[in-house]
Each structure stands twice: as structure tokens, then as C-alpha cells.
Ligand binder design. Sequence first.
Ligand SMILES: [Zn+2]
Ligand SMILES: [Zn+2]
Length: 250
Amino acid sequence: MWKNLVEAVLELIYPPRRACPLCGGGSPDASVCPACERLLEGYAGETICPVCGSFGKPGDPPGRKTNNYCFYCRGGTRPFDLARSVGPYEGPLRDAVHRFKYRGIKTLARPLGALMAEAAGRERAFARTQALVPVPLFHRRERQRGFNQALLLARELEGLLGVPVLERAVVKIRETPPQAELPGRERLHNLSGSFVVADARPVEGKVITVVDDVFTTGTTASIISQILRQAGARQILVLTFAGTRRYGEN
Ligand SMILES: [Zn+2]
Ligand SMILES: [Zn+2]
């Protein structure tokens, strides 16, 4: 009882800083602030690529078109069936990923995961998900960071979507230079052979949703989708917090 009272008094003297999970600005109940809420609504109404979910070029008229394939998906060679995200990796979404991943604010997994579940709810395909596969980190990297951001998000989604996380089905067997430092064409080469399916039994014949924090060119998601397909997965969906935006002619 005394402990609670002391805590209550301390809270009066030093009110906890409640912040919008996206922009980090003030928010009385720590929910998404009105400005970010408007931003999310805008993203949800944008024209996206029907396969990878990439957002349109800045200035594209709103409203969903069904034949708006991006350069990467036009050939029909993506190894995953569908990818979706909450919004493009820019502005407050980018800030949120940085605070979550690099500053280690693990409590952000809850609001970010909830937004991902909402994005999945807008796309019927995700209702068929039977298991979640978080993109793994190499064990040394995970130890350095102290956590795997994809796994934290997948654990949130486990409760919200009601499907299990397969934590060790896919593992990363060697370290690779950070993808962000490489040009697009070298990213595939950088990653190929670095992930393996360690346990194929729980993925065989299943609809799998691969979970990660960010989808940029989709190279990581593609490699994991490829090996899951080889291991017998029936359908592969990708769900990330932040996605990509198309510039120029792609
Ligand atoms: Zn905000
Ligand atoms: Zn696409």
C-alpha cells in the first residue's frame, strides 16, 4: 500500500512523459497524436502496388487502383504473394523505427504491433495466416542489440491476430553488412545463403506471414519467402511496420 502511495505521489511530482508512439510528441494518454492519426489515414487511402504494397509517388492522386504494379512486381517474380505495411518509411514512422530499434525503446513494440495488426485487418489475405515468422538477426547481432525488433513485433501480433510465432523456424547463419549501406543490386548477393529454414515441419503446407520492422527493396523478405516456399509453405505474406515509397518511374 505504501509503495503504491509513494508511486502515486512521485507521479504527481514527476508526471511520466507520455508521448505519441510515432512522432514522440506529447500525447496525454500515449496514443497516436491527432497529426499522426491524420497521416495514417492518408497512408491507408493511398494508391499502393497490389503485390508489395509500395506507396505511390508523392503527389499521386488518392484512391486505390488495382493495376498499379510497381517496377519490381510487374514481372510477377516476387517470391511472396503479398506484402503490406502501415505506411512508408518516412517522417514519424521512420522516427518511430529509430527510437524502437536503435534507441532500444522496446515498449514501442506494443503500439507499433497494434498498427500492423490494423494494416493486416485491411487486407483479407492476412486472415488466412497460420503462423508468423519474424525475420531473424544473426545471434551475435541480437546479443549486441539485446533484442530482435522483428520478434518483439511478431509477439505482439501473435496475441492480436491469434496465430503462433515460429521463433526458430528460420535462422540467420552468418552476419552480413547492413543492407542500407549497399546499392540495390548488391543487396541480394549480400544476403543470399545467410538465412536457412532450421525447422520445416511447422511451415509445411501453411500460410505464413513474415514479420519485420521495415520493408525497403524487399530483398530480405524475398529471400526468406524463397526458402520458406522451398520448405513447403503454401502461401507467404509479408507484414512490416514501415514500407517503401516509389520515386521516379519504378
Ligand atoms: Zn504523433
Ligand atoms: Zn510492387
